[in-house]
Ligand binder design. Sequence first.
Ligand SMILES: Cc1ncc(COP(=O)(O)O)c(C=O)c1O
Length: 939
Amino acid sequence: MTHFDNIRQGEDNIMAGQPGRIDQFLLMHSARLDNWREITARAEAWQAGSIERAELDTAITAMEAVEGYYAYPGPTLFAALRERIAANDAASAARLARRFSNALLTRSYRAHPSEWDLHSERAADEVADVLPPGLEDGETRRPYCEVLFVSAQPAARWPALADEIRRLRRPEDAFVYEPVFVGSFEDAFCAAAVNPALTSVVVPEGFPFRSRFDAPVLRAVLETLGVTDDRETSALRLAGALKRIRPELDVFLLSDRRVEELAGDPSADCVRRIFYAVEEPLEIHLAILEGVQARYETPFFDNLKRYARRPIGTFHALPIARGKSVFKSDWIRDMGEFYGINLFLAESSATTGGLDSLLEPTGTIKRAQDLAARAFGADHVFFVTNGTSTSNKMAVQALLAPGDIAIVDRNCHKSHHYGMVLSGAQPFYVEAFPMTEYSMYGAVPLATIKRALLSLRADGRLDRVKLLDLTNCTFDGHMYNVRRVMEECLAIKPDLIFLWDEAWSGFARFSPFLRPRTAMGAAADIEAWLRDPASVEAYEAQQEELGDRPSDETLLKTRLVPDPRTVRLRVYQTNSTHKSMSAIRQGSMLLVKDVDFHTVAAQFREAVFTHASTSPNQQLIASLDIARRQMELEGYGLVMNAIEIALKIREAVNTHPLISRYFRVLGADAMIPAEYRPSGFEDYLSPGVTWADVTRAMQDDEFYLDPTRMTLVCGTAAFDGTQFKGLLASEYNIQLNKTSRNSVLLQSNINNTRSDVAHLIRVLVAIARGIEKRLAAGGEAERAAFDARVQSLMTDVPDLPNFSRFHEAFRSEAGTSTPEGDIRSAFFSAYEASLCEYVPLFGAECDRRLRDGPDMVSANFVIPYPPGFPIMVPGQVLTQESIDFMRQLDVKEIHGYEKAKGLKLLKPDAIMTQHDAAAVSAPGKRARVSAAGRRARAA
Ligand SMILES: Cc1ncc(COP(=O)(O)O)c(C=O)c1O
């Protein structure tokens, strides 16, 4: 067994023959298929006489416990397979194993009742089965799902109970579900963890806690979630635990006593409905279907489809609507043929007829947004059709007014910086920890953020700070301990607003391994804590310990507890739904969980009016609605699949004897300095690591690495990031996005399959083989050139420049010891040619100015790609560090820098003169401006 098996418990379990382990949390679709293929291979080998029956028995026994959590093949068919083996009928056992394996692979069991019939030998090898079932017979297939029934009845009764449930099906049901039975708390928890097809759970009172199977990892995971065997095992407690790992599941409680009391219990809020157990099963059946329908409903998309079916004459703009000018044209008909008629039938510039207005939604868009709020755990959602670039600007504009201070990660996406320009807010830039070796930044340490708040407090300016604005996860996968950051900041400033740019990690909501590290996941945890009376005690105990006037050093060292009585929980999240879910490009959402939203609702309306197009794309809005539906119904499995694919890539690259000679995917140990990993977690691939360790790291560590974001080091193969990206795209049809000086970023997402992994691995093998060949053929000189290139990419890396400072000309409103500045004035100063000058980046003039002054002050943003963060912002004083970095950059794309003209600078003296003139006409400002002017001139 490799160490990877510990975390991917399952795939090799079957080989190791560990019987009855149930805590194989990543035994998702593809790994399970591998197990079934292995069973089939062993059955066929037994049939051929090349292995003993015992080898097949071992494999079957190893799978049995976990197979109990899936409807197909389910206990009856599984028992039939065992019987055939016991009867020494090798041919029939091999046939049956192959049939199950193929049905799982093609998902045909979801559409064909014959797959469930032991006696129908419906050829599992039928070619039609390799097509998705819905495409086979022209008939619209009803979506299939599975429902978990926890039962205190003996397992022998479960097949009969399942039959009773199946008899409730009616032709008019919109969905078909299969029941899955389990008998304990632990089994229910594991089934919910491993079976992504589950949409609902029915829980009665009175069942044991412990599974009859072994589950050491499960018990460790449950412990980190605070669930142990020492309390009463109630249905409500199980409901709570299930909702913690999969909030999108519907949970129904059955009770034959005290239903009224249960219904009034606040912890029953997470339950969809409570039934008196002896009530008609049909009601439960209908409630299950209604619950699925509530997630399946897509108000805007449903209505758009209805609209497209109506015969409508259009006398407004948008001639493309209905497609007549396209399909009748000799010249652009191929457009119609390429996109299909529905695109045109579903186009309209109307906002009536159920199409609603994105600017002031009251109908189907409003309802779709409300459903998205439910799915993502927010109070409100804004759909945005110009990407998160726009969502960020909307949030920043709505939350900040001129002069407000925002603590911002300097390394964040440019939309935040431009948002500051728009709003006139003063950014107080904070720095992420540098990863100089890879020419990238990590995330901002909490100590840096707390220090910023404490310095503003010392300066008497805490009231001016409105917002903390951070990127989570970062491009490269650093996830904050979101809850801890918010709690500790709220302990210093109880009404601080948080904006989490989760452009990359909207999908994280649907994984229990990532959700607590998201804005909405953490906000829900804090909300629950605020409601708990123990929170006030915890606060008061800490206050007593800290005493009257704790020093900043003490506050920095302490994990601060906020005062639950004064906290105003105000959390915003933006996400590029198109980056991690099934939305069309530019589809984005802005999520709101803000107890004081009513105080800023009007500002958000203005932000929508400012930024939303008056002609938003209907298909884009519909895709946001659909992406939400998909994530609520199958997001859990899809995200698990993305994680599983990532772990496969990580293992394949790092353990392949040839690939690993030149390439490496970085683990948490390389991406996150040890001081931010108190749990000691190093990597998903480290020896002995289990999901319990992962859960602990996720809970405790300051930063956590999203496994789906893989930094592949290519400098060790003598490629710089841009070059390697180009090679993969042009020669091997592999596209990726971000690069650094010596790495590229691979991302797995809900769309990836094992074939993609196979393709990538083959390509890396081919490239590594090519390098070997070249080195072997080129002799000493080739080897020396290769080593020199690797050295230059991996060792001779430029230091990353920190933000220097705003020029005093833009700090008239700033504190004396804090670094914020008026970025907007600087930005607009550049509109006046007389205030600007150009200095060549390379040349004596630049060096002289650095040495003797006057200060060089950037007139605009300068953003090189990669790495993609602004090394200069308007109003920033250029330092030797930033100039050195610019000079060493060997990238082609530098936004805001024209090589032919040089650096665009503001003339600070001219600006100071202008400010002085302004001060005369605005005497209130005179003192501050003159002081700033004196400081500037002195400097
Ligand atoms: C952190 C971050 N925020 C926001 C954006 C912008 O998102 P969009 O492309 O949806 O406009 C990006 C784009 O790469 C990003 O990396």
